[in-house]
Design a protein around this ligand. Structure first.
Ligand SMILES: C[S@@+](CC[C@H](N)C(=O)[O-])C[C@H]1O[C@@H](n2cnc3c(N)ncnc32)[C@H](O)[C@@H]1O
Length: 257
């Protein structure tokens, strides 16, 4: 169960929605029996959204999941009453597709490295010479990459990404960071030999092939860091437990060249 939850924060968001809806249902039931007060559906939806967002935060979900939890039911209520044009639904689908481009072929959806992972990773990077070179394979919208680039101004950061919308967001954000570059590039085409640290947060599916690529291309002394996903049959040299709701950990392999 925990394993499923770790990989699918959407399940926790669903729990937050169900919990908030149950609370609202009880409150409405009591209000109907104890008073003449009858709130509008939109008001009910807004309070439900607020409760769902608070629950999502309590469950440790990231800010962007909390925002989704806040808006989900109010948006549904507004859409059902407002006869929205059908292109909006198509637009929503296309938006999700452009963010999750790699869910189908690579079996890697978009989810983001959490604050604790960033802190621990920064701790690992502090032990390196200041001008190290770092690549994030599948950088998403580059939140983690840019936060590290700010903390380590002398180091060089590269992100590669092929989901079109994530890439566009990441590329635009990186324009403001001279030590950070984002490329529209398939990670399987990225030459890993020029990096001191190779970071990935993907899924179990690509890990065996990624390990083979790392063994061929990474130089002696460089470090492969995988957020959460292990390489079958290759115990990591170091594991950093993150003690979050996802039971995430950073797995580090020091390459022998
Ligand atoms: C789980 S997200 C991690 C995002 C970011 N690295 C972070 O930690 O916040 C994985 C990202 O890898 C991207 N991705 C998956 N397969 C890829 C590939 N073959 N080439 C480039 N990017 C890929 C996905 O589009 C997604 O944005």
């Amino acid at each position: 169960m925990l394993r499923v939850v770790r990989q699918y924060p959407a399940l926790l968001a669903l729990c937050a929605q169900v919990g908030a809806t149950l609370m609202i249902a009880v409150a409405l039931y009591l209000a109907a029996h104890l008073s003449a007060w009858r709130p509008t559906w939109l008001a009910v939806g807004l309070v439900q959204g607020l409760l769902a967002a608070l629950l999502a935060r309590y469950l440790g979900l990231s800010r962007w999941w909390c925002a989704l939890s806040l808006l989900f039911v109010p948006a549904l209520l507004m859409a059902s009453g407002a006869a929205l044009p059908s292109w909006m639904f198509l637009g929503g689908f296309v938006l999700l597709l452009l963010l999750n481009w790699n869910s189908f072929g690579e079996r890697v959806p978009l989810y983001l490295t959490g604050a604790r992972s960033r802190q621990q990773l920064a701790g690992v990077l502090k032990g390196l010479p200041p001008q190290f070179r770092f690549v994030d394979l599948g950088c998403g919208p580059a939140g983690m990459l840019l936060s590290l680039a700010r903390q380590f101004p002398q180091a060089r950061f590269v992100g590669v990404e092929t989901a079109p919308l994530s890439f566009a967001i990441a590329w635009l954000r990186a324009l403001l960071r001279p030590n950070c570059q984002v490329r529209y590039e398939n990670l399987w085409r990225t030459d890993l030999s020029g990096f001191d640290v190779v970071y990935c947060f993907l899924s179990p599916a690509p890990m065996p092939a990624l390990w083979a690529k790392a063994c061929t291309q990474m130089t002696a002394g460089s470090v492969l860091v995988s957020n959460t996903f292990e390489v079958p049959g290759q115990p990591a040299d170091q594991q950093i437990e993150l003690h979050d709701w996802r039971k995430s950990r950073l797995l580090l392999w020091r390459m022998r060249g």
